[in-house]
Design a protein around this ligand. Structure first.
Ligand code: PLP
Length: 434
């Protein structure tokens, strides 16, 4: 964990808050700086969406539609409530739960945010006192790890495989926490439920059911515990049947499951519309905190997304991006097979959606910015996310020999070139004496 600045350092002389000091050194800023340092570099690092399939025409059509109704436009240009557009919250729940109408949440339990990161931030602020525990898969979404560290949470990792967090490992971890007398500090279990960032894994139906059982049991014994189910990639499924969200599996779980969503990956990250569906008693607390923060996320974006859903533009857009990303995923897996298929100790997971492929290298290869692979890769002009950023640091060993590859941005030729460069760097590093 980053240590707060000592008095006397330049930041110390600014008398920064402890929270500002805890936020120092986020990897995302450094990775962006590296990308700028090497302009010819092929970035397989940024989790951006494909520029070529951003919905320009659909957005223009919706804006035209919106501007043709002057009273709606006037409304969209005005402030709204802290929770966000009521009409849109209702449309959003109809649309999101069309396959599970019995599980459709009450729109009063929905809070709209500027991207789902804002919702994650709000949750961290509302739930965590210093030393409180959040349990997460190892590896997990590194930006949320930073958010949690920023509120001084203790983050405990649980072993995960291609089906997401392992439930036996979760039970063992909970048992350990209970035995150490810290049960009351456990506030939440965070899961990126579908095609997760970074490992591409999806929590299987069986594990979803087990997770609900485990948490219900824990709550009966120890009191409140939430599941934070982050569905950022839910709509980016390229193969197989969609799985029910946790609250559709067991309606009673609405008391303890927070379901997060976003249109960043499925439509446009620039519009910045995310949301959370929360247990009813939590709504007013989150809204009061949100009122302190911004008293409402951009209303214009919410009204625009309402048009996108009601006009069917999103339904038309989804198959286009799903086909595009499936082709990019195929290109990634094909290049990995060709370039690294016969290299001992190198393996990767095959996701059926999302934007990421998770690579494991021989255990002695350090993929961090301090290791030889980073230097060899950037010299060859390819950038990746070192996997160690994605590990909570407690509960599970940190996989310093892992890499997150993003395939959303590069065209197939860029993916090929990037993986060739990476394979050549891996070749060089694995030939070095250990
Ligand atoms: C797992 C996960 N959750 C949440 C987000 C937040 O996205 P946004 O704030 O754009 O909705 C991301 C973005 O990459 C993500 O990967």
């Amino acid at each position: 964990m980053e240590q707060p600045q000592q008095p006397g350092s330049s930041e110390g002389s600014l008398a920064l808050s402890r929270r500002a000091q805890l936020a120092a050194g986020q990897p995302i800023g450094r990775l962006m700086a590296e990308a700028l340092k090497y302009p010819d570099l092929v970035s397989l690092a940024a989790g951006f969406v494909d520029n070529a399939t951003l919905p320009c025409d659909a957005t223009v059509r919706c804006l035209r539609q919106l501007s043709s109704d002057s009273s709606l436009l006037r409304k969209a240009l005005q402030y709204d409530t802290s929770a966000g557009s009521e009409a849109f919250r209702s449309t959003l729940m109809d649309w999101s739960y069309a396959d599970w109408p019995d599980a459709r949440p009450d729109p009063q339990d929905v809070i709209l945010t500027a991207g789902s990161n804002q919702f994650l931030h709000l949750l961290a602020e509302a739930l965590i006192d210093p030393g409180d525990i959040v349990i997460a898969a190892a590896p997990t979404y590194f930006v949320f790890l930073g958010t949690l560290r920023g509120v001084d949470a203790r983050i405990v990792g649980v072993h995960a495989d291609e089906d997401g967090m392992c439930m036996e490992a979760l039970e063992e971890q909970l048992q350990r926490i209970e035995s150490s007398g810290d049960a009351a500090r456990v506030k939440a279990i965070y899961t990126v439920t579908e095609f997760d960032n970074p490992a591409g894994s999806t929590l299987s139906l069986q594990r979803r059911q087990r997770l609900l059982e485990i948490v219900s049991r824990w709550r009966r014994k120890h009191g409140p515990l939430l599941i934070l189910s982050d569905n950022a990639y839910r709509l980016l499924r390229y193969q197989g049947e969609s799985l029910p969200p946790l609250t559709a599996i067991d309606p009673a779980s609405r008391d303890f499951v927070v379901e997060l969503g976003t249109f960043s990956k499925s439509f446009s990250p620039g519009i910045r519309v995310g949301w959370g569906v929360v247990p009813a008693p939590l709504v007013s607390h989150l809204l009061e905190m949100k009122s302190n923060m911004d008293f409402g996320s951009p209303h214009f974006s919410q009204v625009l997304m309402n048009e996108v859903l009601t006009t069917g533009e999103l339904d038309k857009h989804l198959p286009v991006i799903q086909a595009g990303y499936q082709a990019k995923l195929d290109a990634t897996l094909g290049a990995l097979d060709r370039e690294l298929g016969n290299v001992e100790g190198v393996s990767w997971r095959t996701p059926s959606g999302g934007l990421y492929v998770w690579l494991t290298l021989p255990s002695h290869v350090d993929t961090s910015e301090q290791g030889a692979l980073w230097k060899c890769s950037t010299e060859r002009g390819v950038l990746y996310v070192p996997g160690h950023y994605c590990f909570p640091g407690e509960g599970q060993p940190v996989g310093r020999n892992t890499i997150r590859l993003s395939f959303g941005v590069q065209p197939a030729a860029g993916i090929d070139e990037g993986i060739q460069r990476l394979a050549s760097a891996i070749d060089e590093v694995t030939a070095m004496p250990i």
